[in-house]
Write a protein that binds this ligand. Structure first.
Ligand code: SF4
Length: 378
């Protein structure tokens, strides 16, 4: 610890890092907006990363978890036209698709047989032709055939779309889907929780308040969730920090978030790139810094921070494990949203994840969707 303290003394964020190491991540003494801004502006990314790594190792030592997962992008038909999205197709487009209920079940069965998946992650476009029965039928069929398979599905903006189609409330939609088998929900659609940013990148999507309200409704119904942040497009540092603080405020009230996943915007094939608004992604160093800051700011509030290999590759994800991340996310089979940007191959097997974790001297552990460890790989 003494070496760390000597380095800290030269840092412009020394006081914040000492506070973090002292465990001031909880309750009234937690780090706030101003400290978050200072961390984001600091040039001491490596030192911030070192402190984040200490905090992570206090919780998990060298263990890194992952989940065997099938991603089911059930439809790419969408009427929300986000400017950062390369995945959607408008209704009537020849490349638009919706996976039938039978085909969804077939794919889940196959992935279970071939990869022993523990979780199905279902996410898709805002398709106005899909009513709640579509989702209920899929969830019920999965739970009937595979009762122990977790369903992690439908981010708040998709739930909002279903409620609009059904002319119902999101609370009612959540309640029905929970009864049908929904276990937890992904945090997509948060991007940056600031409506000025949303007006530029996704003007037709739910507001920041809407995202937070639906998350709170889910938490109150006992449905846990991950939270995300997609950064590196048009937002300012202040907007980025405020977004994180809004997640922290909700977590203090509900404790419903299990994990936080910061990932950087990938501009290829998107309208933001075509319009010259964003020319390139914010890159690896920024990713490591955001992972570290997330660990420090969320210490004691949200225990799991995922390394994002999807937009930055396995090498960056390995580095992120030294900067505060404790989870490698999921094996990915069938992912289509990020692959639409041409970012990189988006299939990752258990063997590759275990190898990637071992390569950096850490211990791989398979988990379930609630982050309980199922088994270790020696
Ligand atoms: S990000 Fe989602 S809601 Fe936005 S256009 Fe793409 S599929 Fe539709």
């Amino acid at each position: 610890m003494s070496n760390t303290l000597i380095s800290l003394a030269k840092s412009d964020v020394e006081d914040i890092l000492i506070k973090a190491l002292d465990g001031k991540g909880k309750g009234d003494e937690s780090l706030g907006y101003d400290e978050c801004i200072r961390l984001m502006r600091s040039k001491d990314a490596n030192l911030i990363g070192k402190v984040a790594n200490i905090l992570k190792e206090r919780l998990y030592d060298k263990t890194v978890s992952f989940i065997n997962n099938l991603i089911l992008n059930y439809t790419n038909v969408c009427i929300t036209y986000c400017k950062f999205c390369a995945f959607y197709r408008p209704p009537g487009h020849p490349e638009g698709y919706t996976v039938s209920i039978d085909e969804c079940i077939r794919r889940v069965g196959l992935a279970r047989e071939l990869f022993n998946i523990r979780q199905v992650l279902m996410q898709g476009g805002h398709n106005p032709d899909l009513g709640i029965e579509y989702y209920e039928s899929i969830f019920k069929a999965i739970k009937t055939r595979f009762p122990d398979l977790a369903i992690h599905a439908l981010s708040p903006s998709e739930l909002d779309m279903i409620a609009r189609v059904e002319r119902s409330s999101t609370r009612e939609v959540l309640s029905r889907l929970k009864d049908a088998g929904l276990d937890s929900i992904p945090g997509g659609g948060a991007e940056i929780l600031d409506d000025e940013v949303k007006r530029v990148i996704s003007p037709l999507k739910i507001s920041s308040d809407g995202w937070l309200r639906i998350m709170e409704e889910a938490h109150r119904l006992g449905i846990r969730a991950s939270a995300t942040m997609m950064y590196g497009h048009v937002e300012s540092i202040e907007q980025r920090a405020r977004s994180l603080m809004r997640i922290i405020e909700l977590q203090r009230r509900t404790n419903g978030f299990i994990a936080f996943i910061p990932w950087n915007f990938e501009p290829n094939n998107t309208e933001l790139k075509r319009a010259g608004v964003v020319k390139y992604s914010s890159g690896g160093m920024e990713l490591l810094k955001m992972i570290s800051i997330s660990r420090i700011m969320l210490n004691g509030l949200i225990d799991h921070i995922q390394s994002s290999w999807l937009t930055n590759g396995i090498g960056m994800a390995q580095l992120a494990l030294h900067y505060g991340a404790d989870d490698f996310g999921g094996t990915l089979h069938g992912e289509e949203v990020v692959s639409a940007t041409g970012a990189r191959a988006t299939t990752l097997t258990q063997e590759r994840i275990v190898k990637a974790i071992k390569q950096v001297g850490m211990k791989a552990a398979e988990r379930d969707n609630m982050y309980n460890i199922i088994r270790y790989f020696d």
